[in-house]
Ligand binder design. Structure first.
Ligand SMILES: NC(=O)c1ccc[n+]([C@@H]2O[C@H](COP(=O)([O-])OP(=O)(O)OC[C@H]3O[C@@H](n4cnc5c(N)ncnc54)[C@H](OP(=O)(O)O)[C@@H]3O)[C@@H](O)[C@H]2O)c1
Length: 256
């Protein structure tokens, strides 16, 4: 799909890459010759997929685990990147989840703070921590995962999650303007309804089928549908004149 040396010699950090969209993004970067630090989520799940086990054995990939609800989880990613790389060319802030569906009147302070810390504050903190390394690259790019719900408000019980994604989209636009003079580009990928463990947890099969029927392309998305958009934004050859943008990847679920 992409040239196998598109990211040769480049250092990439992907958060939330233990499964779902982030894992597929990491796989594509490895396929294109990058040196990748994967944040694999809070802790190891199953056995590593073959492509990743091979890349780790060849020291093309490194994995760090950490809970982004803790300072240590975030600091460990920054520290590991510092110790591995002289510079970071690409940062993909992708870790996140809805945490739960919380009706507005019953939302607890703890639930609110958890959703905001994971989906919003951790993006700011990882970005701040890795900026010195990004500044040492000659063609740095940051790509943040947001969501269709940042524009639509999402479905019942997802108000705070959706608002955090809108925060990240707006933060990314401001950051794009601030960092442009240094040659650092910042963009977002906004997935629609993508079949990952995310919806196993938060959406019933009936809800997913009802959603599918509203999608002009008549199917739910996959991590494979989303991942190329991240590589597009990460490559200065492909998108060097694009910054501050949000690319909606949703099969036409939202056209506006
Ligand atoms: N799937 C969709 O339809 C959809 C739509 C719009 C936006 N998104 C966004 O896309 C991104 C990836 O989601 P996905 O669908 O690939 O879901 P996923 O398969 O559940 O992956 C989420 C990733 O985030 C990590 N994560 C969750 N809680 C964490 C915590 N407390 N600390 C550190 N890492 C944590 C997970 O690690 P663990 O394995 O430890 O949980 C996992 O690696 C998320 O930002 C999500 O909000 C998804």
């Amino acid at each position: 799909m992409f040239h196998p040396s598109l990211f040769k010699g480049m250092n990439v950090v992907v958060t939330g890459a233990g499964r779902g969209i982030g894992l597929e993004v990491a796989r594509l970067f490895l396929d294109c010759g990058a040196h990748v630090l994967l944040h694999g989520g809070r802790s190891p799940h199953d056995e590593l997929p073959d492509f990743l086990a091979d890349a780790v054995a060849e020291a093309r990939a490194h994995i760090v685990y950490g809970d982004f609800l803790t300072d240590k989880g975030i600091e460990d990613v920054v520290r590991q990147s510092d110790s591995l790389f002289e510079h970071v060319d690409v940062l993909i802030n992708n870790a996140g989840t809805m945490v739960g569906r919380f009706p507005a009147a019953e939302l607890t302070d703890d639930q609110y703070e958890t959703v905001v810390q994971l989906n919003q504050t951790s993006v700011v903190e990882i970005t701040r921590g890795l900026l010195p390394q990004l500044r040492r690259s000659t063609q740095a790019s940051i790509v943040n995962t947001v969501s269709i719900s940042a524009l639509t408000g999402g479905s019942a019980g997802s108000a705070i999650y959706s608002a955090t994604k809108a925060f990240v989209a707006t933060y990314s636009k401001a950051l794009a303007r601030e960092l442009a003079p240094e040659g650092i580009r910042v963009n977002c990928v906004s997935p629609g309804t993508i079949t990952t463990d995310f919806h196993e947890r938060y959406s019933s099969p009936d809800k997913l089928e009802a959603t599918r029927k509203t999608i002009p392309l008549q199917r739910l998305g996959t991590p494979e549908d989303c991942a190329p958009a991240y590589l597009f934004f990460a490559s200065s050859a492909l998108s060097g004149y694009i910054t501050g943008q949000v690319l909606e990847v949703n099969g036409g679920q939202l056209i506006c």
